[in-house]
Design a protein around this ligand. Structure first.
Ligand code: ADP
Length: 348
């Protein structure tokens, strides 16, 4: 093992020392951002940017694994950038950039592919789900998605990755790739960890009680940050309920628990308590609960929608933001790749 490449001591990093923590995450430009993206990812980005070196990217290369048609890619990249800024990302604090603008990512992805095994890639839950959804396009990019994601993260030697619960397995794979690389070539990379402030990772459920909110599936059961007030009300009012519990303090069926979970995200503690009590005392009126949830949801989403709408069409501003972010990201990427090539002995 080359002796010059001991850059990180993982035991120190795994102790989650806050000093010098580097944060990295990304969102795919595959459609409109939704409440799951906000509470699973962006809410944490906004908090983390205050204290840490942050890299947040629009993952356009990842989008190609499921959306090979690039006609709408540019407007989707602009939309995701605008929505990130509207949610509170400050491009002066965090590097906000586009994945394909950092060419080093593809080089690191190639090296990591040699350390990723077919068996483990085929077993990945997201691969199996996506392969089921697009049986005519089970491409190698889809299979190696976790490898590209690991490259995005470790390119900045990031340790904290704010993501939703659906990404937990990918982070575990990223740690495996890191450990294999470090074992074979020397300690270049710290282990990245999925990150959420204080609590467990978040999964925002869809309104129809099945699975998670998602950009491309069950659009009527997903609340988008660009939804009009009327649309938000319509979607919330259509959420599945029943005639209410008949026994005090019953267990909530999943679809009712989902409505409570959404309420906990956007309503005040008093409001949630009121409906919890009504449920436990068997006098809950789901119509009233959904009306309240719709009202609070509109209050939460509409300022984000309006701000994003203002930014989205300002192409000059968005291009400048992306270039500024890419400059910071390229500097960090090229420093890492210098270490990688040295460690691997690709220095002749
Ligand atoms: P999507 O699944 O909607 O295409 P992405 O794959 O681009 O979203 O994920 C972007 C970020 O949003 C990731 O950190 C992911 O974990 C998070 N995320 C997506 N959907 C949800 C959800 N329903 N609940 C919590 N987090 C989510």
């Amino acid at each position: 093992m080359p002796s010059h490449s001991v850059i990180f001591d993982n035991s120190y990093i795994c102790g989650m020392s806050k000093q010098n923590a580097i944060v990295m995450s990304g969102i795919r430009p595959t459609g409109f951002l939704h409440l799951g993206n906000y509470f699973g990812a962006m809410r944490n980005y906004v908090k983390l940017q205050e204290e840490y070196t942050c890299f947040f990217m629009v993952a356009d290369l990842h989008a190609l694994t499921t959306h090979p048609d690039t006609k709408e890619l540019k407007s989707n990249v602009h939309r995701v950038l605008a929505e990130n800024i509207a949610c509170g990302i400050d491009p002066d604090k965090a590097a906000l950039y586009c994945q394909s603008h950092i060419r080093e990512t593809s080089e690191l992805y190639l090296y990591l592919n040699m350390l990723a095994y077919l068996g483990e890639l085929e077993k990945t839950t997201t691969f199996k789900d996506k392969a089921r959804l697009q049986p005519d396009n089970i491409n190698a990019g889809l299979l190696t998605y976790p490898v590209l994601q690991a490259a995005d993260i470790i390119l900045h030697r990031a340790t904290w990755v704010p993501v939703g619960k659906d990404q937990e397995q990918h982070l575990e794979m990223a740690r495996n790739f890191v450990n294999r690389f470090n074992h074979r070539y020397g300690n270049v990379f710290p282990e990245p960890m999925a990150y959420n402030f204080g609590d467990d990772l978040v999964k925002v459920p869809s309104l129809d009680g099945t699975g998670k909110m998602s950009k491309s599936e069950n659009q009527l059961a997903t609340l988008y940050l660009a939804d009009s007030d009327d649309m938000i009300v319509k979607k919330v009012m259509k959420a599945k309920t029943d005639s209410g519990p008949t026994e005090p303090n019953s267990t909530k069926p999943d679809y009712i628990e989902n409505i409570f979970q959404l309420m906990r995200l956007v309503s005040s503690a008093d409001v949630v308590l009121h409906f919890e009590k009504a449920f436990n005392e068997c006098n809950i009126r789901y119509g009233d609960m959904k009306k309240q949830l719709a009202e609070d949801m509109v209050k939460f989403i509409s300022p984000i929608r309006e701000k994003a709408e203002d930014i989205r069409t300002n192409e000059k501003y968005l291009t400048a933001i992306m270039e500024k972010g890419a400059e910071k990201a390229r500097k960090s990427a090229s420093d890492t790749m210098h270490l990688v090539r040295e460690a691997m002995g690709l220095n002749y």
